[in-house]
Design a protein around this ligand. Structure first.
Ligand code: XIL
Length: 345
């Protein structure tokens, strides 16, 4: 009887120990590269659970919106660094790296920029001033910048925007200006949907080659990786391989794996779907882990828990569950799977 009680006690003890170990283990401990999340400063200050989760689970922070033109440079002669600074402060208190997003984009530009009148030189001065003021403000606090975001269309042509319309060669110029402002920041070109879009991928690779020849400072490629359970593994692997072959740093910069990409209102999240999503997370993590260590800038998720996802907010897809944490900010099964994968390595 005494033996039985001891055995039960020991068993219980081991069980409790295992549980508490599991709670004290984090994916980021097992990675050789930073694990990041895009954050919203409002949630950092208003949702304690969100804040503590970001602090404990992630080692890199990207501002989801608050370093974009519309927020950081709302008027011609006024910059607003308040929210960006809040994010930097939080990251410093948690010893996280900060990734800057984004200096030049066709979306979320400021109204005054869209209405700007002037010749080519005036446009260049305006963009240069934007880039250099922002980069200098954060000099030494931001490891890398998405200098230009989403400049190519799926067919590989340059996307029409106020920048391409008014400033010839604006991509290269933006990199040069950013480099002048902070020569130590890593400079990225960031884009989405390269998988299955060979022309888009080719345009990016050609740009990198050309920049190398012209000695335009570019250090990394951001692959946003807004993928879905239907994305094709071979296409994903191919774009990772092609991007890595440039020798530049690689950032999976905005990861989410959509489970209901067609926004089916009757969608039900079942085990089968979960398994497909886990498979995609594993594909991303394992492919990234195979890159040369010097090229591993990090993997960043676009948002923290499923209810924060831009797929729900921006795209109004309420039945979307694309992240590692659920609505209650609890780890999903995928979290454990990814951690186990790295623990075994
Ligand atoms: C999105 C944000 O998540 C939304 O909150 C905002 O309304 C629109 O922009 N590619 C990018 C990101 O590079 O900046 C976008 O972020 C998502 C797509």
């Amino acid at each position: 009887m005494k033996k039985l009680i001891t055995l039960i006690f020991l068993g219980l003890h081991t069980f409790i120990q295992a549980q508490s170990n599991a709670q004290n283990e984090y994916i980021k401990q097992f990675l050789r590269f930073p694990l990041g999340a895009a954050v919203n400063p409002k949630y950092l200050s208003e949702k304690p659970l969100y804040r503590s989760l970001v602090a404990s689970e992630f080692s890199s922070i990207t501002a989801e919106n608050h370093m974009k033109m519309v927020n950081i440079h709302p008027e011609k002669d006024r910059f607003d660094f308040s929210k960006g600074d809040e994010i930097i402060g939080f990251a410093q208190s948690t010893k996280s790296r900060v990734h800057g997003h984004t200096l030049v984009w066709h979306n979320q530009t400021a109204t005054w920029m869209k209405e700007f009148q002037g010749d080519q030189q005036a446009w260049e001065n305006m963009l240069k001033n934007h880039i250099q003021t922002v980069v200098k403000h954060y000099q030494g606090q931001i490891a890398g910048w998405d200098v230009v975001n989403e400049a190519f269309l799926d067919d590989g042509t340059l996307r029409p925007s106020i920048w391409s319309e008014h400033i010839p060669d604006y991509i290269a110029k933006s990199f040069v200006w950013a480099h002048e402002a902070d020569p130590r920041a890593l400079l990225f070109y960031n884009d989405y949907g390269q998988d299955g879009k060979p022309k888009k991928m080719e345009a990016i690779l050609n740009m990198v080659q050309e920049f190398k020849k012209r000695q335009i400072p570019i250090h990394g490629l951001g692959l946003q990786m807004h993928i879905s359970i239907q994305s094709k593994n071979e296409e994903i692997k191919e774009v990772i391989q092609q991007s890595a072959a440039t020798g530049l740093s690689i950032h999976f910069s905005e990861v989410d794996v959509a489970v209901n990409p067609k926004n089916n209102p009757d969608f039900v999240l079942d085990d089968q779907v979960n398994l497909k999503q886990i498979e995609k997370f594993k594909l991303l993590f394992s492919s990234f882990a195979q890159l040369p260590a010097s090229q591993q800038y990090g993997i960043t998720f676009w948002n923290v828990g499923d209810q924060d996802s831009w797929l729900r907010g921006f795209f109004k897809r309420p039945k979307e569950y694309p992240l590692l944490f659920n609505e209650a900010y609890q780890r999903k099964a995928a979290y454990q799977e990814v951690m186990d994968f790295f623990k075994k390595k």
